[in-house]
Design a protein around this ligand. Structure first.
Ligand code: AMP
Length: 398
């Protein structure tokens, strides 16, 4: 069965068509600037040339129409007609406390996703628009929602509660939810599989280090803690997000810089992280690595602070699980950044970790980067959220 995986943002839409038997991506692409001048679709069939077309897209329904046209195009398409698309899997950012697993989309499910809009005002409405657009154009094709928060719903109360008046949890459901759940789930399961061990017997820490970054603790196959919170702003220092800060800094800065809460939040989300910390050198770790090796002091400070924070979370989650068997690095930096991995592992001597420098410098598929006598195994595993969404979709529609 071919599964169309859709990841819809407010003005963009990423898609992949995945064959569920071979688990190969047979075409992928991106619609950008939806509803804005200069809308553009990029489409790449597997093994074919990348095509870029600037073409008007008034809304997400227009965008999905163009995606379906590209997939069924006589020359460069990969399917004959829409009947060859068996189901659609939608990435949905926030499932609140309502969704602890993926679900087949019904009218009731759409209403429940809408009820979570308050918790992710930038993302959930866009996800719903994408679902509605697909329903309009493919009314009989089954659809599944796969939530970024679902994997973390197994966290115990002591991990998800904040030290705030309890009434705010009761009234507004303010608590830790966590994100990147599809990736944390995929990578932790893959680690167990690669090592030939039983997922339910392991204590695994996953460090998803991309432009957004989060750590999770997975004990006996269940997430017991994660670093992102009510929103993706908490936890690690990210590309442009601050991660953990003293909440009093918000008031302090608002007074000193004469800024509104919205302006401060914009700084914390878009102008902080490694970008802000490096005095605007870059939010891209490739530039920061180059700067680090060249002795640029902004890059050195940023790399050290970023890696220290990751190591601190690994320590916290080792305590939370009373030990750790496997540490996995994933996402853009985690998969491709040997420097970050080795700088983090330098803090982890107490776990008996012995890094294999040669393995750490490799790129590509899943790799163990510790020596055979290392007391804890460290690996890098490329994440594949689209494949994870396709697998969930097939599981629920079959
Ligand atoms: P993601 O959000 O998972 O797509 O990750 C994006 C980030 O991965 C980029 O901002 C880069 O900083 C980082 N990245 C990608 N390739 C490399 C690389 N070869 N070395 C270090 N960092 C990389």
């Amino acid at each position: 069965m071919n599964i169309l995986v859709i990841n819809c943002g407010s003005s963009s839409l990423k898609f992949q068509l995945i064959n569920s038997e071979s688990e190969q991506c047979i075409a992928k692409g991106l619609c950008e600037r939806i509803g804005i001048d200069g809308s553009m679709i990029t489409y790449t069939p597997a093994g074919g040339e990348k095509e870029k077309n600037v073409t008007p897209m008034a809304d997400h329904t227009d965008a999905i129409r163009l995606v379906l046209e590209a997939l069924t195009n006589e020359k460069t398409g990969v399917v004959k007609n829409l009947d060859e698309i068996g189901a659609v899997g939608h990435r949905v950012v926030h499932g609140g406390e309502k969704f602890s697993a993926s679900v087949v989309i019904t009218d009731e499910v759409m209403a429940a996703i809408e009820e979570c809009n308050d918790l992710a005002p930038l993302h959930n409405p866009a996800n719903l628009i994408g679902i509605n657009a697909c329903k309009t154009l493919m009314p009989t094709t089954p659809m599944v929602a796969v939530f970024d928060t679902a994997f973390h719903q197994t966290m115990p109360e002591e991990a998800y509660m904040y030290g705030l008046p309890y009434e705010y949890y009761q009234k507004y459901k303010i608590r830790r939810y966590g994100f990147h759940g599809t990736s944390h789930s995929f990578v932790s399961k893959k680690a167990a599989e690669d090592l030939g061990k039983n997922y339910e017997d392991l204590k695994i820490i996953v460090c998803h280090l991309g432009n957004g970054a989060s750590v999770s603790a997975v004990k006996n196959g269940k997430c017991v803690d994660t670093s992102m919170g009510l929103t993706p702003l908490e936890g690690l220092i990210m590309g442009t997000r601050s991660g953990d800060i003293d909440p009093a800094i918000i008031e302090f800065l608002a007074h000193k810089e004469n800024k509104s809460i919205d302006e401060i939040m914009n700084i914390l989300n878009k102008k902080s992280g490694v970008l802000g910390l490096s005095d605007n050198l870059s939010s891209d770790f490739r530039d920061l690595e180059d700067g680090y090796f060249a002795g640029n002091e902004n890059a050195v400070r940023t790399m050290k602070t970023f890696c220290y924070r990751v190591a601190k979370y690994i320590g916290a989650y080792t305590a939370a699980m009373n030990g750790v068997d496997v540490i996995c690095f994933t996402a853009g930096v985690g998969e491709n950044g040997p420097l970050v991995r080795s700088m983090v592992c330098e803090y982890l001597g107490y776990l008996g970790i012995k890094l294999d420098e040669e393995a750490n410098n490799k790129r590509g598929d899943d790799t163990v980067i510790t020596t055979p006598d290392s007391a804890t195994t460290v690996m890098f595993i490329p994440t594949n959220e689209e494949l994870a969404i396709a697998r969930e979709t097939v599981r629920l529609v079959k």
